[in-house]
Write a protein that binds this ligand. Structure first.
Ligand code: NAP
Length: 300
């Protein structure tokens, strides 16, 4: 099987480039080999590889910067994704794409299901929703995995920011009234690989059990950003990968006290029942995954 992977340098892309190799030959593209702000490059690349599946882990993910760069974010997260979907439809290729809880406003009291109506409250969320809608409109064979609070040993993420700040000292304010599930990029890559294996086999047998659609895919459980930070610091100290500056502490604050440019949803929880029902998959409990990620950081 030939798999074309966009965004192979990102947190998720890096993990996918490894795990997808179990399924066949992976053609990995990063920003240098395909700039997703130039959608016109995509058809030629897909035509030259002729993949059985396209996996798009590339995205404009600078949530606050997107407030000033919405057009660029929309080109990368919306228009380019639509072009991938068109090529997938034309050439009978399965498309696996990733989206976010930021397509919602976070006002729901319960975890969001795949059927809930999106209503993004920031530019990044609008750009990601544009990508979802473009895929749905084209009606290729696709899955969109919506996920939340992604971290890994590589790239920029909350886990690495907390570890860095803890070495610098001072007090850091962290939001304690926004709920979500921290999700280890490796788990998402492995789930993607399992889903793709099943999907491609079904495709070849002509028995598509799960129709195209959106799937929520996050690690299991919930916390706040403050709770996540506390767990990171506790686990890092236990594993002795952290020598805390004595001046360092974290302070819980309310979302309304936060000065970031983009508004964030207060409820980022996604209900994973559909993934369990259709694929028999429930992702690991987030605290376990955090431990695994920190174990790996110990090796560096
Ligand atoms: N991170 C989260 O908390 C989170 C939460 C929910 C959903 N998601 C979604 O999950 C997916 C994976 O996210 P991630 O955490 O792996 O993000 P990430 O680490 O920021 O990776 C995104 C990748 O996209 C690439 N990219 C950005 N602009 C590009 C362009 N113009 N052309 C080509 N490549 C470009 C980046 O390239 P460079 O490496 O060169 O910058 C990077 O490798 C995305 O769809 C994201 O929207 C993420």
């Amino acid at each position: 099987m030939k798999i074309l992977l966009f965004g192979s340098n990102g947190q998720l892309g890096w993990e996918l480039a490894r795990s997808l190799q179990a399924l066949g030959k992976v053609f990995s593209l990063n920003r240098q080999s395909c700039d997703l702000s130039k959608p016109e490059l995509i058809p030629g690349i897909i035509d030259s590889v002729k993949p059985d599946a396209i996996i798009n882990a590339g995205a404009y993910t600078a949530v606050d910067k997107a407030e000033d760069e919405e057009e660029l974010a929309t080109t990368i997260n919306g228009i380019s994704v639509g072009v991938m979907a068109e090529e997938a439809k034309k050439n009978n290729i399965f498309l696996l794409h990733y989206s976010t809880d930021y397509v919602f406003d976070g006002k729901k009291a319960e975890p969001y299901t795949e059927e809930d109506i999106p209503n993004p409250i920031n530019a990044y969320g609008r750009s990601k929703l544009a990508g979802e809608l473009a895929i749905k409109q084209v009606e290729c064979d696709y899955h969109i995995l919506r996920t939340t609070w992604v971290y890994s040993c590589r790239g920029n993420n909350f886990l690495k920011t907390i570890l860095r700040l803890s070495k610098e000292g001072d007090e850091v304010d962290i939001v304690n009234d926004a709920y979500g599930a921290p999700t280890f990029a490796r788990n998402l890559a492995e789930v993607s690989t399992l889903m793709l294996a099943k999907r491609i086999w079904q495709h070849s047998e002509g028995i598509l059990e799960a129709p195209s659609g959106v799937y929520n895919a996050t690690d299991t459980g919930e916390t706040t950003w403050f709770g996540f930070a506390e767990s990171i610091l506790t686990a890092a100290k236990e594993k002795e990968i952290l020598k805390l500056k004595s001046a360092f502490s974290i302070k819980p604050i309310l979302s309304q006290e936060c000065t970031l440019a983009a508004k964030r949803p207060k409820n980022s929880l996604l209900n994973g029942d559909k993934l369990l029902r259709d694929y028999g998959i429930r992702l690991p409990v987030w605290q376990n995954s955090l431990g695994l990620c920190l174990d790996e950081l110990c090796l560096y």
